[in-house]
Design a protein around this ligand. Structure first.
Ligand SMILES: [Zn+2]
Length: 495
């Protein structure tokens, strides 16, 4: 018998693992760096030799706390380390140091933007964000054996656990992208998906109201280790559909009450999730306090010092740009994708440039170059001084928009000042009326038909006038001030 649902509400929570951008690992002094030859950043501590002692990396705790505070979490006065049983070759000491019952930060929220342009948002609650060490990597590229690279073993990992507050795909993706932007913004992680800096583990189930009014929940499915936004999007979409079909086929059996939680894996090639096992409960991991590390006391001074490093967060800055600089939502959003791009704008404005001119430059050539190079606008390499100077040249009418675009590219390439480049390239606006007058006369002399069309009036007049303007601009090499050309042309044509 196939059941019909009157109402289906997807319920999604997300665990996000973020590798922190520290110089060294969580409990030893090995380098924390992606891409080095296998097993070169290892020592007796992170490969789990007996008799060695871990030492906490305070910088990792600072960064984790910074993220927690930016997520509006509470930092309890005492936090401790626990051992979590873990039997895989990528962590040879057979346990992972993590945090169980006293995590570093708890009970916060992340505000996520919804419905682009409408400036709508939703608060997704954060249950906890705790620190642990990453495992190494098993490499399955050999036909007869698996090799293990332990460079990643012991890298500080922040696990951010949300409440199951997301009900649509849009919310899930907005939450994940906002988290990526936030940890990058705070300098806590590069959050590069290809390098595995950020991994997702969604928990998905459906709250179904059947047509007879009964409400049921499908089993909560946790999908492990998704390493791209695309994989997560496909996984969540697939699970919503799969669970609905599974419940329809067996409305009394396919429920949370009967089956409990489950782990599934995502098969990228086939685009499906595959059952792995019943989800383990905490007692399966046999957590117990890590005997080799003392608990961490976080006093008010430490917390305050960390809070002071946070600064203005993306949504607050976006709102300020709309209020202070009169930007549209879209413009303000584009300029707050990363922290340095906004800082570039703010500094140029502080140096006396007009905000609107700076924004136009950053969102035209800046964004185009960033797109070509697959980097942020700030990473294109325009300096505050060059941006401010170019904006001022535009405000003063010393350069037109077309020339400014050219100068923008050249100043990025050569690091010369915009005024020097404009001078050298002959891109400064010609305000010398006698020069423009000569071009105007030449244009009139060589285009009698257009002149006649203008004088005659009628429907060809506008087009003919535009044509003559174009001729003069061309003769000036684009350097004449269009307002001057228009005025002189009108005079000469007997306006
Ligand atoms: Zn080490």
């Amino acid at each position: 018998m196939n059941a019909t649902a009157a109402n289906v509400l997807p319920v999604v929570g997300l665990e996000i693992h973020v590798e922190l951008a520290t110089q060294t690992k969580m409990f030893c002094r090995c380098r924390n760096r992606f891409g080095d030859p296998p097993n070169t950043n290892v020592c007796p501590v992170c490969i789990g030799m007996p008799g060695v002692l871990p030492v906490m990396n305070r910088k990792a705790v600072d960064l984790a706390m910074k993220v927690g505070l930016a997520l509006n979490c509470t930092v309890p006065p005492l936090t401790k380390w626990d051992r979590k049983s873990y039997y895989y070759p990528d962590l040879p000491k057979n346990y992972q140091i993590s945090q169980y019952d006293l995590p570093l930060t708890v009970n916060g929220y992340l505000e996520i933007p919804l419905a682009e342009g409408a400036a709508k948002s939703k608060k997704v609650r954060i249950r906890r964000a705790h620190l642990e060490e990453d495992a190494g990597k098993s490499i399955h590229d050999h036909p007869h054996h698996t090799s293990v690279d332990l460079n990643r073993a012991g890298v500080p990992l922040l696990e951010i656990v949300s409440e199951p507050d997301m009900n649509t795909m849009e919310e899930v993706m907005a939450y994940a992208r906002s988290m990526q932007r936030l940890v990058r913004w705070l300098g806590a992680s590069e959050a590069n998906m290809q390098m595995g800096h950020m991994r997702f583990e969604p928990n998905i189930n459906l709250h179904i109201t059947a047509q007879d009014g009964r409400t049921v929940q499908t089993p909560i499915v946790e999908v492990k280790n998704l390493n791209s936004f695309r994989a997560m999007e496909r996984t969540v979409a697939y699970e919503i559909q799969r669970q609905l079909e599974a419940w329809r086929a067996d409305p009394d059996g396919y429920t949370m009450d009967k089956l409990g939680k489950q782990n599934r894996g995502f098969d990228d090639a086939r685009g499906v999730t595959v059952f792995q096992r019943e989800k383990e409960e905490a007692h399966d991991y046999r957590y117990f306090p890590e005997p080799d590390l003392v608990p961490v006391e976080v006093d008010q001074a430490w917390q305050a010092a960390t809070r002071a490093t946070i600064g203005e967060l993306p949504l607050a800055r976006r709102a300020r740009y709309m209020a202070e600089y009169g930007l549209t939502f879209k413009e303000a959003d584009a300029l707050t994708q990363d922290a340095p791009t906004g800082e570039l704008l703010d500094s140029a404005v502080a140096a006396g440039a007009e905000a609107r001119r700076c924004v136009n430059l950053l969102l035209s050539r800046g964004a185009a170059l960033a797109n070509e190079r697959d980097c942020t606008i700030a990473e294109v390499g325009i300096t505050v001084e060059a941006l401010a100077e170019l904006a001022k040249m535009l405000s003063d009418g010393r350069i037109n928009a077309t020339a400014a675009a050219k100068v923008f590219d050249l100043t990025v390439q050569t690091h010369q000042s915009p005024s020097a480049i404009a001078q050298e390239q002959g891109l400064l606006t010609v305000r010398d009326t006698s020069a423009i007058e000569q071009w105007v006369e030449a244009a009139i002399a060589t285009n009698p038909q257009a002149v006649a069309d203008v004088k005659e009036g009628g429907k060809k007049q506008k087009k003919a006038f535009g044509f003559l303007m174009g001729q003069v601009m061309q003769m000036s090499g684009g350097a004449a001030a269009p307002a001057d050309v228009q005025r002189l042309l009108q005079q000469k044509l007997g306006g």
